[in-house]
Design a protein around this ligand. Structure first.
Ligand code: TXA
Ligand code: MG
Length: 316
């Protein structure tokens, strides 16, 4: 699509150039606190179509719209008391709300893949925030990786995956959270559509009741949650106590390994390291990446969700 990728600094000049590229209907990758997003003007059909082309993403898989704050979000979706409680508690931050789409928003129908709902989020990263302020409009952005591969937590990851397919990347360093946002469906009882950077426990405390858990057979699950995803080039073996012949070990806690997610056994640190370590181990071209067991609580649930998808059988 584009031959020379512009690498923009995260300063005023870089961000006004990034906003100009978005206004021209082109693609700009930018940092959020979760992962890098691949942004386009959410009101421009051509720009949004370019996202699907660049990622090789199926058109039935809808995108998250990023806005500056709650007031902006209310222009696009039917707001509710639960949405209000969650937005006050966790926005800006690693949480996406799926709510009924309002009529006449001017969003490209490609964004929602013609669903009656819209996924919307207010990112906390100062660079992502500044870009939204400079652009002054809604930005559709999936994670900035080729469809099915590991999500990017640095500008280098974006460049490695999408160099010739996008127009620019704003380099804002490494993402703090390191896992995508938690997605909540709010049509009906609040439902966890994708575990992510904000632990369910915190959400349940804020709304005062348990979330309906998403199940694999659920027809209203996030359409992009296909079994195989986040796949490195290597195979992935889970719950490994030690590396076997031909394997590299991605460790957690006090183990002898090739790379450790967190020697201290800290799940937040492990989440922040997960995708970067997978990218690095993949570059070693081992046949299999073995991974230590990760506790199933807090953000550990989201880490295990991503690891299971990385280990799932692949079509290709
Ligand atoms: O942290 C994040 O959420 C990152 C940053 C860039 O914001 N974005 C991200 O986008 O992870 P993406 O496209 O990689 O994942 C978005 C997920 C997909 O699984 C998609 O199917 C789901 O959100 N989704 C989008 N709109 C939806 C809707 N209306 N209903 C249900 N799921 C939806
Ligand atoms: Mg993604």
């Amino acid at each position: 699509m584009s031959s020379s990728l512009e690498i923009l600094p995260a300063d005023d000049q870089g961000l006004s150039r990034a906003a100009e590229i978005l206004r021209a209907g082109r693609l700009v990758a930018f940092p959020t606190e979760t992962v890098y997003g691949l942004g386009a003007d959410a009101r421009n059909d051509h720009a949004v179509a370019r996202i699907f082309d660049a990622k090789g993403r199926p058109r039935f898989n809808p995108l998250i719209v990023h806005v500056q704050g709650t007031e902006a979000a209310k222009r696009f979706v039917e707001w509710s008391d639960t949405a209000d409680r969650l937005a006050s508690a966790f926005w800006p931050g690693p949480m996406t709300l799926v709510l009924p789409l309002r009529a006449g928003t001017g969003l490209s129908p490609l964004v929602t893949a013609e669903l009656p709902t819209l996924a919307i989020r207010v990112p906390a990263h100062p660079v992502g925030q500044s870009l939204l302020r400079a652009f002054k409009g809604p930005v559709a952005a999936p994670s900035a990786n080729p469809s099915g591969r590991i999500s990017p937590t640095s500008a280098d990851h974006v460049i490695a995956g999408l160099e010739h397919k996008i127009d620019a990347v704003v380099d804002g360093g490494t993402c703090d959270v390191g896992l995508e946002s938690t997605i909540l469906g709010l049509s009906g009882n609040p439902r966890l559509l994708r575990p992510g950077g904000l632990p369910s426990e915190a959400i349940e405390a804020a709304i005062g009741r348990p979330l309906v858990q998403h199940s694999e057979t659920d027809s209203i699950s996030a359409p992009g949650q296909l079994a195989s995803h986040y796949a490195p080039g290597a195979k992935v073996r889970l719950n490994a106590e030690a590396a076997q012949e031909g394997e590299v070990l991605l460790g957690f806690g006090k183990v002898t390994c090739d790379l450790n997610l967190s020697e201290a056994g800290d799940l937040i640190e492990a989440a922040a390291n997960l995708f970067g370590h997978l990218h690095r181990l993949d570059a070693l071209e081992a046949k299999t990446i073995a991974v230590s067991p990760i506790p199933e609580h807090g953000i550990g649930l989201a880490i295990n969700d991503r690891l299971r998808r990385a280990a799932a059988p692949r079509d290709v």
